[in-house]
Write a protein that binds this ligand. Sequence first.
Ligand SMILES: Cc1cc2nc3c(=O)[nH]c(=O)nc-3n(C[C@H](O)[C@H](O)[C@H](O)COP(=O)(O)O)c2cc1C
Length: 198
Amino acid sequence: MARLLHYAAHPAPSSSQANRAMLRVVRGLEGITQVDLYAEYPRYDIDIAEEQARLLAHDVIVLQFPLFWYSCPALVKEWLDLVWEHGFAYGQGGDKLKGKTLLLAVTTGGPQEAYSAEGYQHFELRTFLTPFEQTARLAQMRFLAPYVFHGALKRDPAAHALGFGTLLGALRDERLDLRAAETTDILTHDTLPLIGIN
Ligand SMILES: Cc1cc2nc3c(=O)[nH]c(=O)nc-3n(C[C@H](O)[C@H](O)[C@H](O)COP(=O)(O)O)c2cc1C
């Protein structure tokens, strides 16, 4: 079993549909450490030592958030800025995340077709997520294709949320084809590369 650490970050959970549905499913899973980042640090007073200890104690790190201005909500960035510091995540002696896996789970307001050169967002979603991808690379981590729910404000999130549970369960039980998950563009509930199934 992989040791899985799941962070959820939504600044307004009471108005959330998609991320809340995903969270409900994750809460039913066993053997996964779960952190609600905004609930834990409403005043942004991140406990760096505690967060680094959490990261050290796990193999797979999952960051779940709604896309805000083509990036993560502010507390996720603050958490990255403070916790993934020199000597820990990068630089001299900064190999503490080496060999671990990073998975982003992102919901977007824009529909899938908007995220292309021809669409109104003009770029692929993966282009907006390159800072996370390169951060993982610098930290010598494995970066999986993000688990994405496009058009989150207009679609029923039920299948996506259930798929998220399947994905995290498979990561925990080491039943996800990591090579396939690394080389594909995005993961969705109906394109999960589960070992022994696809
Ligand atoms: C401050 C803010 C910025 C946003 N920026 C984007 C964006 O850059 N691209 C996009 O597709 N949706 C954007 N959205 C829409 C959110 O991604 C969308 O509301 C969210 O994914 C829905 O998930 P939820 O139901 O869990 O809140 C933004 C929403 C807010 C409030």
